[in-house]
Design a protein around this ligand. Sequence first.
Ligand code: PGA
Length: 241
Amino acid sequence: MQLRQFPTYDHLCQHTASHIAGLVAQKPTALLCLASGETPIGVFHTLVALAREGRADFSQCTFIGLDEWVGFGPTDPGSCSFYLYRDLFAPLQLRPDQIVYFDAKSPNLAQECQRVDAAIAQHGSLDLLLVGIGMNGHIALNEPGTPFSLRAHVVDLHEMTITVGQKYFSESTTLTTGITVGLQHLTEAREVILMANGARKAGVVREALHGPVTEQFPASIIQTHPNAQVWLDSEAAKEVF
Ligand code: PGA
């Protein structure tokens, strides 16, 4: 595990975006799974700028959607896919065939899980998984207590995820269930980047890195991955170094 801190969120995002562009330059057909949420927004803006300047080319990549609120889709403001389309997929002008995202409105969510698992399996594994960390230690929507061995699955959301998740919506929104890539996909990914910024993440980052490796704190799985990068701004890192 490589642990680095950057002086500001901007530095963190510039570094992460350059790293992703470098990975894609080496493997143009890379299979990428990038989190939504607030944490990576600056990375997406930088990736889009790099692509517009001709310094990154995503035209042969495939993107796997990490997670979604059940009942929501890309046209619903506040959904995970809404932000990914707005901040990354649309500005990069990706073709539909480059995006594999859960249809969280499907009546058959188990089939959606199988579809995403199969798309990952077709490539062997993810080339890169970029994730943030939740205030309860979740990774994607793998909530505390989720077996590390699960692939894509449907999950009952924890109270804290429901409460914190309100920040993505303009009005109070009922969230009960999620659909998510599983931690087995993280274990098998060729590379994982866990990003965190801001003082409010300092405690969960410390627990993820220095606490016990346990399914009760999903982000602790990062300690077990041989090619994991944990990249933090100085505020998120302040209880780690
Ligand atoms: P955030 O979400 O990036 O909006 O803080 C992180 C998470 O819940 O995984």
